[in-house]
Ligand binder design. Structure first.
Ligand code: CO
Length: 210
């Protein structure tokens, strides 16, 4: 039976390397976590949160799903946000999409892929919202890239509209929501410059992109 021995060996080697350079690393982390960031990203295997921002275990609280969506009835995502904001008291929520996202591409193509089409429907709603802007782009790859960016914008707005984040701002908690996009072609993250730090900014954000 293949027990994925190579992965377990990788893990032992990795743990040993860290213990050698930082002897108390694991025992300190086992006691508590104190991350400053939440990452909401795509499940895509190429967009690994800790790796691409160079953070160690314990430094970023991660939620990933297909096409980095924040849906108001998704108890999984909302529970991550609630725990991170109210218990861990993170300071930053990062929504990070990526160019060439297969989920966004499938939504744009409007084919039949099974259950997932219902999840991707949210991206199609975003495409309708920005119909005029997208219609001006003839090149299909550029159109996909733009929808990947707009999808991040909408998810940043969705995060800002959750009761969790709005209540945190009402309490005066220091919390900002960021929209980033990662480029698979060069490994670089671009800041979409749509940082939300209070309720009033929610209203102006969408106008910026319309
Ligand atoms: Co993706």
């Amino acid at each position: 039976m293949n027990k994925l021995q190579h992965l377990l060996k990788n893990n032992k080697d990795w743990s040993k390397r860290i213990e050698e350079t930082k002897p108390d690393f694991f025992s300190n982390l086992a006691g508590q976590q104190n991350p400053e960031y939440v990452w909401i990203g795509c499940s895509d295997s190429r967009v690994s949160a800790n790796t691409i921002v160079g953070l160690m275990p314990g430094e970023i609280f991660v939620h990933r799903n297909i096409a980095n969506l924040v849906i108001h009835t998704d108890m999984n995502c909302l529970s991550v946000l609630q725990f991170a904001v109210e218990v861990l008291k993170v300071k930053h929520i990062i929504v990070c999409g990526h160019y060439g996202c297969g989920g966004v591409k499938a939504a744009l193509e409007d084919g039949r892929n099974g259950l997932i089409d219902n999840w991707l429907r949210h991206i199609q709603d975003t495409a309708i919202l920005y119909d005029e802007l997208l219609a001006q782009i003839e090149d299909e790859d550029k159109k996909l890239d733009k929808l990947c960016e707009l999808n991040v914008v909408e998810q940043v707005l969705n995060v800002g509209q959750t009761t969790i984040v709005r209540d945190a701002w009402t309490r005066g908690q220091n919390l900002s929501v960021h929209g980033w996009i990662y480029d698979l072609r060069d490994g670089i993250i671009r800041d979409l410059d749509i940082c939300l730090e209070n309720k009033s900014e929610l209203k102006v954000l969408r106008k910026l992109f319309s």
